[in-house]
Design a protein around this ligand. Sequence first.
Ligand code: BGC
Ligand code: CA
Length: 341
Amino acid sequence: MKKTILFIAVAIMVLPFAVFANGGSEAGSDSIVIGANIYSFADNFMNGVMKPELESYAAANGAEITIVDSEGQQAKLNDQIDVFITKGVDVLAINLVDPASASSVIEKASAAGIPLVLFNKEATEAGVMTSYDKVWYVGTDSAESGIIQGEMMVADWNANPDWDKNGDGAVQYVLLKGEPGHPDAEARTKYSVKAFTDAGIKVEELALEADPNWSTQHGNDKMQAWLSSSFGNDIELVICNNDGMAFGAINALKAADVWLPLYGVDALDQALTHIADGEMNGTVLNDGVNQSRATIDLAINAAKGMDDVTAGTNWTLENQTTKAVRVPYVAVTPENYQDFR
Ligand code: BGC
Ligand code: CA
């Protein structure tokens, strides 16, 4: 009896501290530890937008986060996950290098019983998201970015008849594609062009090149090569799957003293400057800030063992098959770009 009373007394004394340790705002030894990665720190969007927000939002919510660079190698990421698991992190927040390799990552998390939030690169293998009850995805609706970019381009094309340089009624375009097999790259490529054909406008693809790193260097090199190729003078439109590659294309155009209508995706700060300077006609906001916040919110709730990881957050899951939170895209044009600064 005495022992029981003592136990209850101690429990009552200790309980408030235990609650504070998990719910307080200061990251302490009892705070939630998140093991995270970025597929490559060389990526403008991931490193420039998502990484800083993941860090600051985790800190603001009392969680400890470690973000490692997977340097574009899925094998490296697999090793990094093993290290996180050995260290006993409470939850994993993972940016796949290879969207077709989610199953190996999910198996690791599942074997260790650690919850897993995938972000930015959606798993492409069928059925993997339902193979583990503690895995979720945070990203976008990939097709939406292509549709919005396409609609912007069609409206501008119709408003600027002189863009049809050879007057054949068709759009002679070049396209800088991101990583092959990445849902964003595939959907943007498809839907941006489809907007023209849906609007009854003929298209002719002069060139298309993919880059697993979505890089500015790639954009520069390809645009430079295209401008000096046999079809260089025929190009009427430059479609870029992201702003990083668009920046490179703009460099190459400026170096060749050529202006062409050009569109990106992401709405990085530098893109807004290019829009202000008339070097870019539009981009699409890829809301990395809110994707980072959703990733952290879900990770913290999952680490706490909550069944509904979106409870008390601004996010909702699309359905129980994709288990995805999708943050909307927004069109950014010369008319509204100042709102995104
Ligand atoms: C972004 C790209 C980025 C890629 C990385 C996409 O959502 O738009 O800029 O390179 O994610 O996975
Ligand atoms: Ca034409």
